[in-house]
Write a protein that binds this ligand. Structure first.
Ligand SMILES: Cc1ncc(COP(=O)(O)O)c(C=O)c1O
Length: 472
């Protein structure tokens, strides 16, 4: 590197001697899929990467000497921000693929944006930095402790920067409790779980899944029995990323017990990024509770709750946290979190929403999401489109649209032959109709002649949910 920023950027962007292509694709092995003739074929799908932002980034320019008197720079920046705001409005209108509740009004909190609120250190121990929001943070943690049934003096937790940090923390606590433990996670777990295994250099065993996306406890049992000599650290999904499947926590515990793992030889982390806050409000849903032998639970705050900035909640048992924490003189506090500085605004947003909605408000929103998800699944089926909706979930899985432009327009998340829509509180029937109408028109163009056929989803969502030419 010669210190020239442009040449540094160019050299980073070059790959294999070629300038990086914005529409670059990376070949990754994926599980075999059923071909349209029913044969199982080894498939190497090319993963389509998003556009390269370097072609559209907003450069920072040095102010001109007379900018302050002319106001030119202020006017230029105001124009950029106004255009950006318009883009956000448009992109919000066409968002369906990621589990973010985009429906909120935090006008009352605008008065706080002038403060640099930072909760660095332990939430329960005041540090020397006084511009913090610990009183809100602990109030939020207590609310979740009540939800997940653990006494105030028996838990420890904090507001994280995202669900991933919750997983990194939960698995780290598990590793500290059992330094030689093996991490078990279903292959449909979020990538942050496998990232944790790499970061902590843990032995990680992937478990197979059922067609619903739920962990396959028969496979779990077989793999546990091969490793009976080592403690088990298990990631249990309370809603998988792609199919919204809920692992059967009770069956996971029963499997551990049947394999001879006593409660002092396993640690369960529950990843409830999205569904952790929906499931408690679903009738007849299984319960996540610290009355069961679990070690930690995490949830994202920007998903169902609808915080405008990424954040999350992580709770564990207080007895586990001592192994992880260190006193830090510089803070006059204790450090047991993953990060250093922590967003002090996020707890206030969480506190504000939890206060406004309460259990009843969340229950109503969850019911609306489940109703609208059923509506979408039924409409897709009526139109002859392969679709699946797990019981108790609002993640509707359906055939991957043929056209990447359409995928980008609606910001759909895709994997193999599947795409999904996650029905969140801001997703109304009108929005779903708008989306469906566009999809139906596009499909009539994509599949107008017989040469191009809709994909087969039998291997992904089961032949009973697949209506490809072979399975309908
Ligand atoms: C099951 C699951 N776990 C963890 C995460 C990570 O959450 P975050 O995006 O808040 O880091 C996600 C994100 O979608 C998820 O679906």
């Amino acid at each position: 590197m010669d210190g020239n920023v442009e040449s540094e950027v160019a050299s980073v962007l070059k790959s294999n001697g070629k300038v990086f292509d914005p529409a670059a694709v990376a070949a990754e092995p994926v599980p075999p899929v059923a071909a349209s003739d029913g044969a199982i074929v080894e498939n190497k799908r090319e993963i389509v990467l998003g556009r390269n932002v370097h072609t559209t980034c907003l450069a920072i320019t040095e102010p001109d000497f007379d900018d302050e008197s002319t106001g030119d720079k202020e006017a230029f920046m105001a124009g950029v921000l106004a255009r950006y705001r318009k883009t956000l409005i448009e992109r919000t209108k066409h968002h369906l693929g990621y589990p973010y509740n985009l429906d909120f009004d935090y006008g009352a909190l605008a008065q706080l944006q002038h403060f640099s609120i930072n909760n660095l250190g332990d939430p329960f121990i005041e540090s020397n930095y006084g511009v913090h929001s610990r009183q809100f943070e602990v109030g939020v943690l207590d609310w979740f402790a009540r939800l997940w049934e653990i006494e105030k003096d028996e838990y420890w937790g904090y507001i994280t920067n995202c669900g991933t940090e919750g997983n990194l923390h939960g698995i780290l606590v598990g590793r500290e409790v059992f330094p030689d433990g093996i991490l078990y996670a279903s292959r449909e777990s979020h990538y942050s779980v496998f990232k944790a295994a790499r970061m902590y250099r843990m032995e990680c065993v992937k478990i197979g899944t059922l067609v619903t996306g739920e962990i396959d406890c028969a496979d779990f049992k077989a793999k546990l029995l091969l490793n009976k000599d080592k403690p088990a650290i298990i990631n249990v999904n309370i809603g998988t990323t792609v199919k919204g499947a809920v692992d059967d926590l009770d069956l996971v515990i029963q499997t551990l017990e049947e394999c001879g793992f006593s409660h002092d030889r396993f640690y369960i982390h529950c990843d409830g990024a999205l569904f952790g806050l929906m499931m408690p409000f679903v009738k007849r849903a299984p319960k996540v509770s610290f009355k069961k032998p679990i070690g930690s639970v995490s949830v994202s705050g920007h998903k169902f709750v609808g915080c405008p900035m990424p954040c999350g909640v992580q709770l564990t048992r207080i007895e586990h946290i001592n192994a992880l924490s260190r006193n830090v003189e510089y803070l006059a506090s204790r450090d047991a979190t993953i990060m250093g500085s922590r967003n002090g605004h996020a707890p206030i947003f969480l506190w504000y929403t939890l206060n406004r909605k309460g259990y009843k408000g969340f229950q109503k929103e969850v019911q609306k999401c489940l109703r609208n998800a059923h509506y979408l699944r039924d409409r897709l089926r009526e139109e002859g489109i392969s679709a699946m909706l797990n019981e108790m979930s609002s993640t509707v899985v359906f055939e991957r649209p043929l056209d990447e432009e359409f995928v980008r327009r609606w910001q759909l998340a895709c994997e193999r032959n599947m795409a999904h829509v996650i029905v969140m509180p801001n997703v109304t029937v009108e929005k779903l109709d708008y989306f469906l109408n566009e999809l139906i028109i596009k499909r009539s163009i994509w599949y107008k002649d017989e040469k191009v056929r809709p994909p087969c989803l039998a291997a992904d969502i089961g032949s009973e949910n697949c209506v490809c030419p072979l399975h309908k």
